[in-house]
Design a protein. Structure first.
Lengths: 204, 221
């Protein structure tokens, strides 16, 4: 599988956020999107995930096993908010996402175990700390097999230890033939990661 | 989709789900109307089905905004929309509507007999009104899904949802009340308006989720 982006541009409210983005990632490749706040990192991910239509250019998946060219059909999206319900327990939240998606991979217990959180599985999500909530949201990526991970500030709220664990998960996913695109202002320690750097936008 | 329905019902009945607010609002509307009409028991029992229907309609509108709003705020809607290649979005919306109706619409039907007694209605009229509400209120939820999807990204979209969908709910109201009267007043027909009411629900059960799916896919935020 290959993710190709050509001449991509995006607008928000009339302002051109970025244009002329071009890159290609093959299976087993990861890319960090870096840059200052407001440079367009999140917008790029939302365009890739199909939430925003591109103003120009295209982004698509080629050589996919099942033929669908939409990135969204092959991708997990981890946004800045966690997509978990405070009123449900961690297990109920993860069980739901696991059943709702295709290609189940890990059980919620195992996925949480990878993040060192197996002791909170029956706790209501609302009782967790900020960092724990983020780790549960990351655990969702492990529940269903999807080749592409689109991660928007994945490590926000994580301590150094959890960041290292997370970098390990990203490394495992890439080693297994996955593709990862992470927008972050911190560096994620994954070997061989490519970089796409957004510069400060020139004042209009 | 079953998992989605189960999740939404759980969310609806647990604390903060807001399922009770619709019932309280329904009770308030029905309890206040007799004071406005004065102490005429015959008048009250004659217009009873209409009062119950207006109360139930307004109470259903009240909770519709929550249908997608909370999922939008906590990011779950993004994931649901992205899963459209596995579970078609219209099916996801349909599941959310079913869960929403079970949590907010069905309780309105269940308390209707009690409120009918407050309005001095006959048993047959109460039964007929509860039956028409049971068949008719799902249509309001399905229509509302389209309105809620359009307004989901707007701050304070609640009132807007009501204004958008109110015109589309008027046929449901007309046939619902007509069928309720038809069951108790002799020359008036029951079967025809009731069949129309059922047809409206089935029609909007298909159209509403599709319209909502289009709106959610085109959110662009």
């Amino acid at each position: 599988m290959r993710l190709e982006v050509e001449g991509l541009a995006a607008r928000r409210g009339g302002d051109m956020i970025f244009e002329g983005i071009r890159f290609a990632l093959g299976a087993g490749e990861a890319m960090a999107v870096t840059g200052p706040n407001g440079a367009g990192k999140s917008t790029l991910l939302r365009v890739l995930a199909g939430f925003l239509p591109p103003a120009a250019g295209w982004a698509r998946v080629t050589n996919a096993a099942d033929g669908a060219g939409d990135i969204a059909a092959h991708a997990h999206f981890l946004g800045p908010v966690n997509a978990m319900k405070p009123a449900l327990t961690v297990r109920e939240n993860l069980d739901f996402w696991r059943i709702f998606g295709d290609a189940p991979l890990l059980e919620p217990e195992e996925a949480l175990g990878r993040l060192g959180l197996d002791h909170v599985i029956d706790v209501p999500y609302s009782d967790l700390s900020t960092g724990q909530r983020r780790r549960v949201a990351i655990a969702r990526l492990l529940l269903n097999r999807r080749t592409i991970w689109l991660l928007d500030e994945p490590t926000s709220g994580l301590d150094a230890n959890a960041e290292a664990v997370f970098a390990g998960l990203v490394g495992d996913h890439v080693a297994g033939g996955g593709i990862v695109i992470a927008a972050t202002h911190l560096s994620i320690a994954v070997a061989g990661m490519k970089r796409l750097r957004f510069a400060e936008r020139a004042p209009a | 989709m079953i998992a989605l329905i189960v999740r939404d019902i759980r969310l609806g009945v647990r604390a903060g789900g807001g399922a009770l607010i619709g019932i309280l609002f329904y009770l308030a509307v029905v309890a206040v109307t007799p004071f406005a009409f004065g102490p005429d028991l015959n008048l009250l029992s004659r217009i009873g089905p209409a009062i119950l229907w207006v109360g139930a309609l307004l109470a259903s509108l009240l909770g519709l905004e929550r249908l997608f709003r909370i999922d939008h705020e906590d990011g779950a809607l993004d994931v649901l929309v992205m899963s459209r290649f596995e579970t078609p979005l219209a099916l996801t919306v349909f599941g959310k509507c079913v869960a929403h109706w079970l949590v907010t619409g069905l309780p309105l039907v269940i308390v209707t007999p009690l409120l009918g007694l407050l309005l001095n209605m006959e048993i047959a009229a109460i039964g007929a009104t509860a039956l028409t509400l049971l068949v008719g209120t799902p249509a309001i939820t399905f229509i509302g899904a389209a309105g809620a999807a359009v307004a989901v990204a707007l701050p304070r979209g609640g009132l807007l949802v009501s204004v958008i969908i109110l015109p589309f709910t008027i046929p449901v109201l007309i046939f619902g009340v007509m069928a309720s009267y038809g069951a108790v007043e002799d020359p008036a027909p029951f079967v025809q308006p009731f069949a129309f009411l059922a047809a409206l629900t089935l029609f909007f059960a298909v159209l509403g989720p599709f319209a909502a799916a289009v709106a959610l896919k085109g959110l662009q935020d």
